[in-house]
Design a protein around this ligand. Structure first.
Ligand SMILES: *Cc1c(COP(=O)(O)O)cnc(C)c1O
Length: 249
């Protein structure tokens, strides 16, 4: 990373913050209530450091393996590391150890695998949870699939109650809210109904659980303005911050 690339990231962040400020203002919301999650997939660890230096503290990666190779280079940074990509069962144990947050939980088997990864020591023996460890619970969001694009991951709306009740029984996981990736539509205004739908689902679930679910992770580079107007508390921003990505292998 050159100094020019670093200052490009800082300048991009200024533009993003301005969009956040305007969108929050239109909705009568506070800027501080919207967290920017920097999506660093495909970019080198230096880009994460540059974004951190510019002030960001939340980062999203979509592949366990890619993050495994970058993580040692940024392990000194005090940030929250989110997994935002589809998680396969055979990687749940590694993911549980490498991330603070899994934003892409989409099934009961994944919920159970994450919990048991945290409940067992490396020898595979189940051990008791001490009170002080409960604060180290893995935070999760349930990813909801709101369109019927077969290519999309995420839980169906009808699976939400069962997954939520499953999580509620587990001591190592803490459900904070919902995430969605709507279809890519050229006009962000057309995506609005997906965002408002996610908010409604979140409100219903919170009522059912009898406790708040504070996080709504929705909105990406081209549509986060609309997502903020519809209540997003976290936006996941890659391209607008780091620039265009090379295609992922
Ligand atoms: C890549 C990715 C993003 C960021 O997309 P941009 O359009 O580059 O901002 C957000 N969320 C998820 C789940 C992603 O995989």
């Amino acid at each position: 990373m050159t100094a020019t690339e670093n200052s490009a990231i800082a300048a991009n962040l200024e533009r993003i913050r301005e969009r956040v400020r305007l969108a929050a203002g239109r909705a009568g919301r506070r800027t501080e209530d919207v967290t920017i999650v920097a999506v660093s997939k495909t970019f080198p660890f230096e880009a994460i450091r540059a974004a951190y230096d510019a002030g960001l503290r939340h980062f999203g990666e979509n592949r366990v393996q890619e993050w495994e190779s970058k993580q040692p280079r940024v392990a000194d940074l005090d940030a929250t590391w989110h997994l935002i990509g589809h998680l396969q069962g055979n990687k749940a144990r590694r993911a549980a150890g490498l991330f603070n947050r899994v934003d892409s939980v989409d099934s009961l088997p994944i919920v159970q695998k994450l919990d048991s990864a945290l409940a067992t020591d490396p020898t595979g023996e189940r051990r008791e949870v001490k009170a002080e460890e409960r604060s180290k619970q893995l935070q999760i969001l349930i990813e909801v699939r709101l369109s019927d694009e077969a290519t999309k991951s995420g839980a169906a709306e009808s699976d939400l109650p069962a997954i939520t009740e499953g999580v509620a029984k587990l001591v190592h996981l803490r459900l904070l809210g919902l995430m969605t990736i709507p279809p890519f539509l050229d006009h962000p205004e057309k995506v609005r109904p997906y965002f408002s739908k996610l908010r409604e689902l979140r409100d219903d679930l919170a009522r059912r659980l009898g406790r708040p679910l504070p996080v709504l992770s929705m909105g990406m580079s081209h549509d986060f303005d609309v997502a903020i107007e519809e209540g997003a508390t976290e936006i996941r921003v890659g391209t607008a911050l780091f620039g265009e990505r090379a295609a992922q292998a």
